[in-house]
Every structure is written in structure tokens, then in C-alpha cells.
Design a protein around this ligand. Structure first.
Ligand SMILES: *[C@@H]1O[C@H](CO)[C@@H](O)[C@H](O)[C@H]1NC(C)=O
Ligand SMILES: *[C@@H]1O[C@H](CO)[C@@H](O)[C@H](O)[C@H]1NC(C)=O
Ligand SMILES: *[C@@H]1O[C@H](CO)[C@@H](O)[C@H](O)[C@H]1NC(C)=O
Ligand SMILES: *[C@@H]1O[C@H](CO)[C@@H](O)[C@H](O)[C@H]1NC(C)=O
Ligand SMILES: *[C@@H]1O[C@H](CO)[C@@H](O)[C@H](O)[C@H]1NC(C)=O
Ligand SMILES: *[C@@H]1O[C@H](CO)[C@@H](O)[C@H](O)[C@H]1NC(C)=O
Ligand SMILES: *[C@@H]1O[C@H](CO)[C@@H](O)[C@H](O)[C@H]1NC(C)=O
Ligand SMILES: *[C@@H]1O[C@H](CO)[C@@H](O)[C@H](O)[C@H]1NC(C)=O
Length: 431
């Protein structure tokens, strides 16, 4: 048994390290460079960042893209983004480049920059929506003019060692690969043009690399049992406990406490779970053909407004969602046939902003599900979600033996073991 458990743990670790996400197996961020023209000493390229992840967006404070030049390239100018440092350009007289660093670090511009610094899909402070939320907003782009570089597709050297912080760690990028040149359609769709050369870089996310603790937890309750199953204690690690703030603390009225920090360091409300986010799943009503769940998301971070938040949930009955009252909803179908996963997100201008901790720091909605007579049951925790992800990070569930259960139902302990083996087999099968 011990062997099986350690094998299972290893498998989990390994699947994390390989950046494999069972709910979004094909998700990635692609960085595409299109060379638009060759110049006397280099080229002009358009760099496009596409977020192909179903439910993981790039949130505040946005992406930071880095790479290493293969030779002595410099960036003469940039439109729609900027490097964070210019570096040492002292050997240039007259025309001084935008950046002379060997490893430039690029960030998006903020909204509202002057028109002549803008570029299509730029200037959103590095925030990029998830593909499942809005494919047209899952993109960010800028243009740069590279000097001291190759001036043809035979002499150009591809940049190396791409890094993407989106924001913070978690993404691993592969090498740049030359791909068939992008074809562009003019706005009136009457003419096609073509990039002179195109290369792609693919980056994938791993929660394991991003942080050592979860960043959210799940609590459960039902109409048929008054027990509220709380989030597990220290679900998100208790190392911040000494810095947490009680919800009635006078500190909270001080100016500046709610200001986001440069390093995105949270200021958490003191809770036993110490998570910035709690997702509560309440089994609310039972009708003849339907049942109703209430989902509430609570923010415990005083320093963060979550814009464009997403909640991905796996539950066998999500194949038959009848109505979602106050969130937008989209089914996610990672394996074609089993559509037991869905994505909830805020309605634009209504609740797509989950406010900082406090009286307004929560969003909620009811979900009406149609019962499938063959599988529906309130027994053995069937009515609770199997997996919950907030903003693309998996939330910690309470242990199954603490779930509220149906009164008078004989507890069957037997299924735990086969269920464990089954999940092991399932992981192996999809791996
Ligand atoms: C990146 O994601 C897209 C969309 O899911 C997929 O078509 C493509 O194959 C992925 N690329 C890699 C290298 O995995
Ligand atoms: C390169 O990236 C673009 C998106 O930026 C994608 O549409 C295209 O399929 C990618 N090409 C390859 C060969 O992966
Ligand atoms: C380089 O450009 C030439 C034409 O200028 C073209 O025939 C060739 O296929 C290109 N090579 C690559 C790798 O794009
Ligand atoms: C890329 O990164 C590797 C390991 O971090 C390093 O050894 C190598 O020198 C880097 N390459 C360039 C061109 O900076
Ligand atoms: C969150 O948004 C509200 C309203 O826009 C603003 O007053 C507050 O300062 C923001 N909080 C943070 C931490 O950014
Ligand atoms: C689940 O998948 C089936 C078949 O692929 C489809 O007909 C059905 O509409 C899907 N359900 C939802 C809620 O998307
Ligand atoms: C949803 O429920 C209806 C009615 O029970 C059923 O006919 C249909 O097959 C269900 N859809 C799925 C995808 O299970
Ligand atoms: C509610 O569920 C808890 C387990 O979480 C159990 O201990 C308790 O007996 C249940 N209450 C009733 C009335 O069955």
C-alpha cells in the first residue's frame, strides 16, 4: 500500500513538473515573432503573445517577457511595449538605441499612452484574457526594430532563452522554432500579405513551479445537513500568519494599506486556512428534475482586486447545466467526450471584478443543473465538485471524510479504496 501511495505521489509530482494540466491539457502561451521587413542593419518584427489557455488569464500586473540575444543585437525602437532597462548604450553616438542589454526585459505599456506609442492589441498593462473567456482579447502585441542583427533569413539568429512571467514564476518556455510565415489579411479582407520570416516560442504553466502552496481552498455545505465543511487548516500554508490582519483591525483604515505592492505580496485577512481566495459550494435546493447549487467566491487579500477572474469546476453533472444566474458560463471539454468541466467567469461590468477583502470582496451565483436519473445522488459526496481551479490554480478541497453527508444514510467506507485505485488508473490512462 505504501508503495502504491508513493508511486501515486511521484506521479502527481511528475505530472506537475511536466506542466500537464488535466483540465486544460492543450493550454499554452505562444509567442510569435513575425519579421515584417529587413533594414540596413537588422529587421522590424511584430511580437504577438497569444494565450491559448482555456481558463488561465494573465492578470495584474501583467506579463514580463525576456530573452537573450544570440549576437550583439540592440533594440533601436519599440512600439506598444518597452524594456524595463536601457542598459549600456555608451558606444553609440547620435542615435541611441532603446535597449542595449544582452537580455532585454519587456513589459506592456499602460492603457492611455499617447496614440503614437500604441500598437494593435497593446497597452493593456500586460493583462491578457484566457482563450475560453474571450479569444479576441487573449492576445497582446508590440513591434520592435532590431539592429546589429542578421538582415536576411539566412543570417538572422533567433533569440534564445525565452522567459515569461505572467505574472511571477510558473511558465517554462521552449526554444524558438521557425514556422511557416504568417499570412495577414488586410482589414478590408481584399489582400493578403506575408511575414518575411516567422518563429514561435511555446510556454506552458505549472502550478508546482509557480508556488509551493495552493492559493485557494474550497468549503462545502448543503441544505440537508447543517454542518459546514470548512477549508482545511493552513490550506495555503501558514507562513504569512504572523503578518495577517484581523477583519476588525484599525490598521485597515490607514491610507496605503490597500495599495498593491510591487512584488504582489498579499496582505491577508487572518483565517484558519490563510488562503487569499475561498470558493464555497452550497447544495441549495432539490427539485424533482433539477437541483440547485450556490457558488460564492470570497477574497481575503486586502491588496488585490481580481479582474477577469475565472473559476473552472469539474463535476459529473456539469454536462447538463440548465441555467447560471449571475456568472457567465462555458463548458470546457478537455477530452472530447467527457464534458464534466465548466468555466465560470464574471459578467462584464457586473461582477468581473472581485474586489479586495472586505464587505464587497465576494461574488456569487446560483447554478441550476438537470438531474441525470441514472447518476444523480446526494450520497457519498457526489454533489460536490471533484476539482476547483481559481484563475487557473487548483484549489485545496477538504478531505472527503469531512464532507457533510445525508442524514440516516449508512456510511459506506468501502468505496474510498476502489475510488483511490480508480483515480490512479485514470491518471495513468490519461497520462
Ligand atoms: C499550443 O496550444 C494550441 C491551442 O490549444 C495548440 O493548437 C498547439 O498545438 C499548442 N502548442 C504546443 C507546442 O503544444
Ligand atoms: C505559431 O503561433 C501562432 C499564434 O501566435 C499559432 O497560430 C501558430 O499555429 C503557431 N505555429 C506553430 C507551427 O505552432
Ligand atoms: C529565405 O528566403 C528565401 C527567399 O528570399 C526563401 O526561398 C527561403 O525559403 C527562405 N528560408 C526560410 C528558412 O524562410
Ligand atoms: C541560456 O540559459 C542557460 C541556462 O540558464 C545558460 O547556460 C546560457 O548561457 C543562456 N544562453 C544565452 C545565450 O544567454
Ligand atoms: C480595488 O478597486 C477599488 C475600486 O475601483 C479601488 O478603490 C481600490 O483601491 C482597489 N484596490 C486595490 C487593492 O487595488
Ligand atoms: C456535452 O457534450 C455533448 C456532446 O459532445 C453536447 O451535445 C452537449 O451539449 C454538451 N453539454 C454541454 C453542457 O455543453
Ligand atoms: C441532459 O439531460 C437530458 C435530459 O435528461 C438528456 O437527454 C441529455 O442527454 C443530457 N445531456 C447530456 C450531455 O448528458
Ligand atoms: C452531517 O455531516 C457530518 C459529517 O460532516 C456528520 O458528522 C453529521 O452527523 C451529519 N448530520 C446529520 C444530521 O446527519
Amino acid at each position: 500500500m505504501r508503495l502504491v501511495i508513493s508511486a501515486f505521489c511521484l506521479l502527481v509530482l511528475f505530472s506537475y513538473a511536466a506542466a500537464y494540466d488535466p483540465l486544460d491539457p492543450n493550454g499554452n502561451v505562444t509567442i510569435k515573432w513575425d519579421v515584417m521587413s529587413w533594414t540596413p542593419d537588422g529587421y522590424v518584427a511584430v511580437v504577438t503573445i497569444n494565450n491559448f489557455q482555456t481558463f488561465r488569464h494573465i492578470m495584474n500586473p501583467g506579463w514580463t517577457l525576456g530573452w537573450s540575444w544570440a549576437k550583439k543585437e540592440v533594440i533601436w525602437s519599440m512600439v506598444g511595449a518597452q524594456t524595463t532597462e536601457q542598459g549600456d548604450c555608451s558606444k553609440f553616438k547620435g542615435n541611441v538605441p532603446h535597449c542595449c542589454k544582452k537580455t532585454p526585459t519587456v513589459v506592456d505599456l499602460l492603457p492611455g499612452v499617447p496614440y503614437n506609442q500604441q500598437f494593435t492589441n497593446c497597452c493593456k498593462g500586460g493583462v491578457v484574457e484566457a482563450w475560453g473567456q474571450d479569444p479576441s482579447a487573449a492576445v497582446s502585441a508590440f513591434q520592435l526594430s532590431v539592429g546589429q542583427a542578421g538582415t536576411s533569413n539566412k543570417t538572422v539568429k533567433l533569440p534564445k532563452n525565452f522567459t515569461l512571467q505572467a505574472p511571477g514564476p510558473g511558465y517554462t518556455c521552449g526554444p524558438a522554432k521557425i514556422v511557416p510565415s504568417t499570412i495577414f489579411l488586410t482589414p478590408d479582407k481584399r489582400r493578403k500579405t506575408q511575414a518575411l520570416m516567422t518563429w514561435n516560442v511555446t510556454c506552458t504553466y505549472s502550478q508546482f513551479l509557480a508556488r509551493k502552496n495552493p492559493s485557494c481552498c474550497v468549503s462545502l455545505s448543503t441544505f440537508y445537513n447543517e454542518t459546514i465543511t470548512p477549508c482545511p487548516s493552513c490550506a495555503c500554508g501558514c507562513q504569512n500568519k504572523k503578518n495577517c490582519v484581523k477583519s476588525d483591525s484599525k490598521l485597515l483604515s490607514l491610507v496605503g494599506v490597500h495599495t498593491p505592492q510591487k512584488d504582489n505580496e498579499p496582505l491577508l485577512q487572518c483565517t484558519h486556512h490563510m488562503c487569499p481566495i475561498r470558493v464555497h459550494w452550497h447544495v441549495k435546493l432539490n427539485y424533482k428534475d433539477y437541483w440547485r447549487v450556490k457558488i460564492a467566491i470570497t477574497n481575503f487579500n486586502y491588496r488585490m482586486n481580481y479582474s477577469l477572474w475565472t473559476l473552472a469546476v469539474q463535476h459529473p453533472n456539469l454536462n447538463n447545466v440548465t441555467q447560471v444566474f449571475s456568472f457567465d458560463y462555458k463548458p470546457v471539454n478537455p477530452y472530447g467526450s467527457i464534458n464534466d468541466t465548466g468555466m465560470f467567469y464574471g459578467m462584464k461590468y457586473y461582477n468581473d471584478l472581485l474586489m479586495e477583502a472586505g464587505p464587497r470582496g465576494n461574488v456569487q451565483s446560483d447554478v441550476l443543473l438537470k438531474k441525470d436519473k441514472d447518476t444523480f445522488t446526494f450520497k457519498q459526496g457526489w454533489a460536490f465538485p471533484r476539482k476547483v481551479y481559481f484563475n487557473g490554480d487548483e484549489c485545496m478541497m477538504p478531505p472527503p471524510d469531512s464532507y457533510p453527508f445525508l442524514p440516516n444514510s449508512a456510511r459506506v467506507n468501502l468505496p474510498t479504496f476502489p475510488a483511490f485505485i480508480f483515480s490512479l488508473l485514470f491518471r495513468l490512462a490519461i497520462w
